[in-house]
Design a protein around this ligand. Sequence first.
Ligand SMILES: Nc1ncnc2c1ncn2[C@@H]1O[C@H](COP(=O)(O)OP(=O)(O)OP(=O)(O)O)[C@@H](O)[C@H]1O
Length: 714
Amino acid sequence: MASSATTLLFHHGSTRLTARRRCHSSLLRRTCIPNPLLSLRGPSNAPPFGEISLKAKPVGLARAYVTGAPPIVEEADPKIESEAEREESKDLVKWGLVWSLMSKHKVRLVVCLLTLVGCSTCTLSMPVFSGRFFEVLIGVRPDPLWQLLSKIAVLYSLEPIFTIAFVTNMNAIWESVMATLRAQIFRRVLIQKAEFFDKYKVGELTGLLTSDLGALNSIVNDNISRDRGFRAFSEVFGTICILFTLSPQLAPVLGLLMLAVSVLVAVYKRSTVPVYKAHGLAQATMSDCVSETFSAIRTVRSFSGEKRQMSLFGSQILSYQRSGLKLGTFKSINESITRVAVYISLLALYALGGNKVKTGELAVGTVVSFIGYTFTLTFAVQGLVNTFGDLRGSFAAIERINSILNAVDIDESLAYGLERDIHTKKVQDENLSLFLSSGPDVNIRHLDKYYMSDLKSTNNLRTLTWAGDVCLDDLHFAYPLRPDVKVLDGFSLTLKAGTVTALVGSSGAGKSTIVQLLARFYEPTQGRITVAGEDVRMFDKSEWAKVISIVNQEPVLFSLSVAENIAYGLPNDHVSKDDIIKAAKASNAHEFIVSLPQGYDTLVGERGGLLSGGQRQRVAIARALLKNAPILILDEATSALDAVSERLVQSALNRLMKDKTTLVIAHRLSTVQNAHQIAVCADGKIKELGTHSELVAQNGSYASLVGTQRLAFE
Ligand SMILES: Nc1ncnc2c1ncn2[C@@H]1O[C@H](COP(=O)(O)OP(=O)(O)OP(=O)(O)O)[C@@H](O)[C@H]1O
């Protein structure tokens, strides 16, 4: 087997991956096509940091770079990394990563450290000066009062300055870390395989980026204030040291007592967190009920459901009230319990310290200082306990983020195309820099460089798809979440270039599944899809997406203007207003668009809800026209429309279909009679194939379907 090997060094951000690119004649079935992706190579003498070693397995078949079909390549499988390495690198959010992102701000970190020491020193010195102040007042200390007061004034001025510098810098570091994490999590979700989105609800995924990341965000934001986090820690540590320096006899007894009381109080306060949470939950339940009621107000009205909704909301108000009352009790106990801690400590101090002052073992100033430290220690210990609680919450949030993102593998083919796109786009789009400025661990887990480097040149993909037939070759498929239900079982069909193929069949026969496979949202478990004889898996997914357009029954528009929705047909290009209008005219949408209040700048609302079904469909067709993809899929595109809208949409579709390789899925057989070929799908395979008249003449299931629909119509 003829093979050539080159070493591919792929370097972006701080990740450098090395992969060996081989070009096998058996793989490409022709001379090796120079891969434009190789232009991403770094210098060949780059140091080996971060290299992924490739070990060729002695025997076995190569995996395709996507899961699914039997290997299309009969060659040794080069192993990119061991299973242990794979497992090890699965988590997206790791403390090592957080630290590596933080360490990018070295100067700020040093400033934070110095200012933390500065403000803690000021705070901890205050009680000492209070002690001296009293000693000056009672004449034990000979220093002039003004001298002492000016020292205290300096201390009082420095503390807030240090605090501002500490909080500002810490905040800047953390916000930058959070921005990168947010961007990386968003990207990681975006490149998951389709089954990931089958598995998780949108709410859960939104929660990752809002509440879970919020918990991580608050660990620093809520803990940089006085009495929390690092400051609390340094104050506890510093106070204990000072107490021992001031009075080695008094410090162990008092220090231990204060610590014990403060910890107990803090732990008690922490134990009331569930009550606060329950109250928050009751509030969330109420707001869910409100939003559901008002968003479904027409359904509520049509069923006279107002009384039921009122009763439901009433029960929620009452439970919110109950939890509010409980919370009030706990709040009042919480308020006074800290004072109890301080009072117990003070009493102990007065008793022990007072005795020692009387016997002359201790100076009055020292006891006064001790009083100040009693407050400092009590609040600092409680702050520390709260910080530990926040840390626990953050650990749980990180675990949730990682467990969701690790549940399904990323779609490597998609990830690769996106990664390449981000790198080529970075010069133009500053917003993408967030997705680049990742630490070594943030980057996509495993871009399978070996397989990816064998992806075909995408330059000829458009040419191939304009001219070549699309073949669905012996496809077998079960949805990943229902592996036991075989949806396709040896499905074979050829979509001839530039012609229209209609796919009909009973509900649940697998027609939309074919669309999903053609769009490469899922990969067949067996069999392959080819275009002009080339397996589509030889092209990366983002390029494939550019050659295929789907118009379905419920087109989804973004909550942007009409013009922006049409321009989404070419999301990465600058689209001129003229091109948008041209597409809108060709899709019979121009007239209704100009009659809208702001014409092309009118916002279409959430999911296009401010437009009618037929208008939405025509905007979607304009979007597809602009995209001008050679392969077109119409999945029940006109089935939800009335006769007038259907006529308008159909004539727009006829323009869109011109010269395209089109697959039409329709229940209404009248809409597919003129197709070049009609395929009848049943039990996961094609049962009949031919033109309308041929199939009617066959008198098989198509003919009976036609008969049934005619009867229903009559
Ligand atoms: N994401 C999914 N996960 C699991 N099973 C699915 C999924 N989508 C569809 N199915 C199942 O796959 C089978 C085929 O569904 P498909 O949507 O392809 O049928 P269809 O022929 O397009 O039906 P219809 O004409 O009613 O739209 C059905 O049994 C359906 O329940």
